[in-house]
Ligand binder design. Structure first.
Ligand code: ZN
Length: 185
């Protein structure tokens, strides 16, 4: 079972988090399948208050392989549904965004990341809706549409595969740039 300490922090391994991850080839390595299942388990548990408390897990809905020090192009998102503690899992291997909305949104209280354990000032404008394509663990093509927080999670995690942290996307001189134009969620 993954714990907080297994997830790389921007401070201790910042160079690793800034590497560009490599495409996955199929059939996928068993170790990568295990990492995916571990990440899904962590994210699910982290969003269930009782379990999160017991194991001291930081709540998160997405994780990319690079956050475990694996420089390969895959990530997972565990999205809580309207019915509490019901989750939909997304596994995306070699993903790419194939269409985006014109509308931009941002997380009002600021974006979060399991690799950033500090308060960060500023916002990250993101597309309100995206369509993302990739592969599942068996190498089958998958395609998902995300809106609102799910769309933001897809964009945030895809950034990780390109070595980009959300903090890199905050305007240094004007951290709240766009807050007056784009929609807060
Ligand atoms: Zn992150």
């Amino acid at each position: 079972m993954l714990r907080n300490k297994d997830i790389l922090d921007e401070k201790d391994k910042s160079k690793i988090l800034h590497t560009i991850s490599k495409e996955v080839t199929f059939p996928m390595d068993e170790s990568d399948k295990k990492a995916i299942n571990d990440m899904l388990e962590y994210l699910t548990n982290s969003q269930i208050e009782k379990i999160a408390k017991k194991y001291d897990l930081r709540p998160g809905m997405g994780m990319a392989a690079i956050q475990l020090g694996i420089p390969k192009r895959y990530f997972v998102v565990v999205h809580e549904q309207e019915e509490k503690e019901t989750f939909k899992n997304y596994i995306l291997i070699n993903p790419r965004i194939v269409s985006t909305s014109e509308e931009m949104i941002y997380v009002e209280e600021g974006e979060g990341c399991l690799s950033v354990n500090r308060e960060v000032e500023g916002i990250v404008p993101r597309c309100a809706r995206v369509t993302i394509e990739g592969y599942d663990m068996d190498g089958n093509k998958v395609k998902y549409r995300g809106r609102e927080e799910l769309a933001i999670a897809f964009q945030h995690e895809l950034d990780h595969l390109n070595g980009i942290m959300f903090t890199d996307r905050i305007d240094k001189d004007d951290p709240y740039k766009g807050a007056d134009i784009y929609r807060a969620i």
